[in-house]
Design a protein around this ligand. Sequence first.
Ligand SMILES: Cc1ncc(C[n+]2csc(CCOP(=O)(O)OP(=O)(O)O)c2C)c(N)n1
Ligand code: SF4
Length: 517
Amino acid sequence: MANESVISAVDPEIKSEASPKVDLKVDLKANDDGYDTVHSKSPLFFDLYERKSELKHQTHYCPGCGHGVAHKLIAEALQELGLQDKTIFVSPVGCSVFAYYYFDVGNVQVAHGRAPASATGIKRSCPDKIVISYQGDGDLAAIGTAEIVHAANRGEKITVFFVNNGIYGMTGGQMAPTTLVGQKSTTSPWGRRPSNEGFPIHVAELLATLEAPAYIERVALSDNKNIMKARRAIRKALEIQRDGVGFSFVEILSPCPTIWGKDPVEARRWVLEKMTPTFPLNVFRDRRPEIPVGNEPPQRAVADVLEITPKAGARDTSKAKNGHHFQDVKIKIAGFGGQGVLLMGQLLIEMGMREGLEVSWLPSYGPEMRSGSAHCHVCLSKERIGTPLISHPDVLVAMNEYSLRKFAHEVVSGGIILYNGASVPADFYAPEQQVVAIPAAEMADKLGSTKAANIVLMGALLEETECLAPGTALSVLEDKVKKVDLLEIDRKALTAGRLFIDEQAHIGAVSQPDGFA
Ligand SMILES: Cc1ncc(C[n+]2csc(CCOP(=O)(O)OP(=O)(O)O)c2C)c(N)n1
Ligand code: SF4
């Protein structure tokens, strides 16, 4: 079998025991005994499987496992098509989690079920690459049902190889969505009953109800003839991606001798005799998707789409991209719901858009918005933003002590922490960051509304970082705050925050207990 030939191709000891005269490293040349070598290891595989230091030359798959065969067919197709250097292989959670030990291509291993979503992101950011999502049936048809359906429905130009062995292999044989009616598993020891566990899910047929997919085929690793068909289907799916046609999907019925409790030969026969009646082999889709022309998404800046135009007092947007001193600024604003945490983020991105920047805003809050904890991530950038998630902000605005303690460690070394308080707690240390305590709530209260504490801190942030122009802030406030009296308070709060930084912070109001400023 192909899997065995992979082993014997590289291990001199196994080779000499198994087939003493055949040097499988010789590529399709007649050997001494006159036979041609028809099985050999694809050069696309790494020479050694380093995961097993003591058994470097053998895979981690069980003997007779279909994953090894599927790997070989994929490797050979990539090799033949000359796609090795362009390929990014996304491996799943399941027995094939270690695919990256074998394929000498770009590799990413992702969370359970998420491979089509990750593959989508990779393909969209690197459209010239060949992106493969490789998944088992637990991964794709159970925890990852949503991901595969939506990736297929969007017609992502990726290739998905779906290894259907009717069971959860890695975790010891729980029922999968594809487990056959009557098939026993550790979680259906009586055999799957449609009345209780439902019927097997036919993923290929299900995806074929969608309009976008370009190619959907089901194949089986049951015997040589069907393996050859699988080989052709795999190659075709990759060609479809190479040619930019659309979403391609191959469901591969695959033996799992170990969990099925069968020897490798029986397991292959079982694929043909038991699986194919439920999962018929077929080409379910083979056509170029008909995407209406002229309705492509406009690749314009968000500010442009929303028709946000610069207002008087704002930074000159014609020079905006050159006028900012940063490549990007990442800000985290955290506090309790009701403190205007999310609103402050929205104001900042509105300002950013008016200054011609790319912006993102990612809110996070619990079910209890009022008084529950809330935070948001804001990114202002001269370039398109890869992710709105910010792990290490340049600036943290901590509206309360809880947020200060919880998020301070995330701030980059040399970053800024603006804390809503008269002084930082005595036992709080952030030696690598610049911490500025601002009694924002008190200041806002004196101006007429505690609610304006967020605007005091926004003024301080603008002054401290100079990331956006105060004039832009004013124009945004004028547009967004409808109540005249509140707008007046906000104006004053903005100025108060800026003045605090200018007049007090640098002469000692930076109140780290050790005097760090
Ligand atoms: C979020 C999450 N849930 C559950 C698991 C446990 N888990 C690991 S692999 C697996 C199922 C794998 O089955 P399948 O996708 O069919 O792949 P196979 O092992 O059969 O190739 C499960 C449930 C996990 N690792 N992560
Ligand atoms: S448990 Fe099944 S799927 Fe997993 S490696 Fe073994 S044979 Fe393959």
